[in-house]
Design a protein around this ligand. Structure first.
Ligand code: ZN
Length: 194
């Protein structure tokens, strides 16, 4: 890809919101305006070395899209689940924390259905299903309680979620996906090789 007329701008360290690479870039553009006899800077666009996607920084250094959160999980057999997980992470990276939590909530329902829970049940029943069928690791009761609370909050009341709450549920969801799909998948790969 060729970004035309990029210049050398002040080097900036950031984590790319598209590919997740940590990098320092000095390739991009500066936005300026000439007001009342002086030049004002409004922001910068940096181009990532790895994926060549553009990231905007405003004058307060707010990054858009924000850094990618979490990690890729391998061996997810269902594209709906994989897409929803990516959407939850994308919502987080643009600061849409309530939407991110709602995606995770839906994801927990989809995971339990893919693991045999009946469709059309309530959120609490899906969480119970995961818990009763040993998908929640030992000492995970606090997690289960905090996830159950999400079921009552996210869809019925308008209570906006904080970055911390969204990060917590994303971490939990990632751990669950790793536990349910990635680890068994790695074992199968190893068995095929031996
Ligand atoms: Zn990138």
């Amino acid at each position: 890809m060729n970004w035309q007329n990029t210049g050398n701008i002040a080097s900036k360290k950031y984590k790319c919101g598209y590919c997740g690479s940590p990098l320092a870039s000095q390739k991009g553009y500066t936005a300026t305006n000439y007001v009342n006899g002086s030049t004002r800077t409004y922001g910068w666009i940096y181009i990532c070395h790895s994926c060549e996607q553009p990231t905007f920084f405003d004058i307060n250094q707010k990054q858009t899209p924000g850094p990618l959160i979490g990690n890729k999980v391998k061996h997810i057999p269902n594209t709906d689940i994989e897409n929803l997980f990516n959407e939850a992470k994308s919502c987080y990276s643009i600061g849409a924390y309530t939407s991110s939590v709602m995606c995770c909530r839906k994801l927990l329902m989809n995971i339990s259905v893919s693991e045999g829970a009946k469709e059309g049940a309530g959120f609490a029943e899906y969480v119970n299903y995961l818990n009763d069928n040993n998908y929640i690791p030992p000492n995970g009761k606090k997690w289960v309680d905090s996830i159950r609370k999400l079921g009552n909050e996210a869809n019925h009341k308008i209570k906006f979620k904080t970055p911390k709450e969204a990060e917590r549920i994303l971490n939990f969801t990632e751990m669950l996906l790793r536990f349910i799909y990635e680890l068994p998948g790695i074992m199968e790969d190893t068995e095929l090789e031996t």
